[in-house]
Each structure stands twice: as C-alpha cells, then as structure tokens.
Design a protein around this ligand. Structure first.
Ligand SMILES: [Zn+2]
Length: 247
C-alpha cells in the first residue's frame, strides 16, 4: 500500500515535545536521502488515484510550524520532494507557527499544497456536530483567504474521526481527509504513518515499508484484550497524534 508520512516540526528542542513530534534537521535529511534512493515520492492526491501496488510515498506536515518553511522546505527542495501542509487555521501567526505572510509564501511554492487541520485543533469526536461543522468550514475559509488558493484536503487533529465526521467532511466540501490510523482508511479517514524523534533509521524504514499498520493492528487487538480504552493513548496535546510505542 502507499505510505503517507506525517511530520510536525523539524527542530531539536532541549526536551522532546509532547507526542515526540520533533525531528532534528540532520535526521530528517537522512530520511529524505533514503526516500530519494528507495521510494517514489508523489503528491498527496496521487495516492488517492494510483493503485496500491505502486507503493507511493507522500509527505505531509501537520499543525503549520514555522520551521516547515525555514528548515524543512530547503531540504525538500534539494531532493525535489512535494509536501502537503495541514495547517491549523487558528494557529497562524502564533509564536513558533507560520505567520500569515509566511503561509502565503509557502503556499505559492510549487512543491507545496495547503490543506486544513481544523480551526483550533480540537478533539472532533468530542465536539457537538454544529461546532465540528463550523471548525471544518471556517478553517477552510480562512486558509483559502490567506493563501488565495482552494483548500480541499483536510487532516483530522489527533487523527480522530468517525463515520459521522467523515460524512460531515464530505458535506463541507473536502475532497479527501486523512486520519492517522483511526477510521476505516476510507475517503475521509485515510491512514498515515506518524514519525517522531524516537524513529531511528531502522524504525523509519520499517514504518515507511508497510510495517506500521500491521503492528498498530496487533497493538489495538492487545489493548482490546486487556480492556484498555485506546483513547487514553492520545497525549491530549497539540500534535501528539498517537502516543504508543509506534506512535
Ligand atoms: Zn495536529
């Protein structure tokens, strides 16, 4: 199957961020070098159309961190790899995140596609339907306004979605939406592979090469046997999509 990778921030904070979402630039570069040698990197929409046997890799970034522009993009340019940035609309202009001008700049880059990631990075499965709808519509509207482009892809904050939300995303005009591993890997819950600071090269290669979902499946089954609610694994913090041994 295709692998859609999830990155957040390419940085080296003194302590790992909640959810281990930070990756140092040197390691990111090492990963891109491996990908350039062993995989075909595609634009995200191509993974919706191409047969799974093509085993494409698409790169996505969640939340809209500023270092996506200042650190990640120059490296991606070197390897000529396209990315999709799922931007949390309400975070634009906050410290550490893209400013409106920076978002406009990066959205015009030929390698970059902008998608939405909610307005306030809420837990959608806990939101009343009306609020969920407002988040989906307003985030899209603001990002379209700031970038001057159509925004028709979306990634669920924390990867959280269900059948009702998938339907809602369709109704709100999105062409496709991505979770992490929740949902059914359908049009509005496409699975992605999360990467973080605990992924050394061996883990990275295993995750990119299709080991992630089978291992995630076994983990879920084990948790069900133990009677543990999977939702506890979420860190509850921005960007901490899934915090388990394989994230
Ligand atoms: Zn996020």
């Amino acid at each position: 199957m295709h692998s859609v990778l999830v990155y957040h921030t390419i940085s080296s904070p003194p302590q790992p961020l909640p959810g281990d979402i930070d990756i140092p630039a040197e390691r990111f570069e090492q990963q891109l070098r491996w990908l350039s040698r062993w995989r075909r990197i595609a634009k995200l929409p191509e993974t919706l159309r191409a047969p799974e046997s093509d085993r494409l890799v698409a790169i996505t970034f969640d939340d809209g961190f500023r270092d996506n522009l200042t650190v990640a993009l120059p490296l991606l340019e070197r390897f000529e790899m396209p990315i999709t940035l799922f931007v949390t609309a309400g975070f634009v202009g906050r410290e550490g995140y893209l400013s409106p001008e920076e978002l406009r700049e990066i959205s015009r880059h030929p390698l970059v596609t902008i998608g939405a990631h909610g307005f306030w990075h809420r837990h959608f499965t806990r939101l009343p339907l009306l609020d969920a709808r407002r988040e989906l519509i307003e985030s899209r509207r603001l990002l379209s306004h700031l970038t001057g482009t159509t925004v028709d892809f979306m990634a669920w904050p924390y990867g959280e979605c269900d059948a009702h939300l998938e339907q809602l995303s369709e109704e709100c005009g999105y062409r496709a939406s991505w979770s992490v591993w929740k949902g059914n890997n359908a049009r509005h819950s496409r699975w992605r592979v999360p990467l973080g600071c605990r992924d050394n090269m061996g883990r990275f290669i295993a995750k990119v090469s299709g080991a992630y979902f089978p291992i995630k499946f076994i983990e879920r089954k084990l948790n069900q046997v133990r009677g543990r609610d999977e939702s506890f694994q979420d860190t509850g913090t921005v960007g901490g999509e899934v915090a388990s041994s394989w994230k």
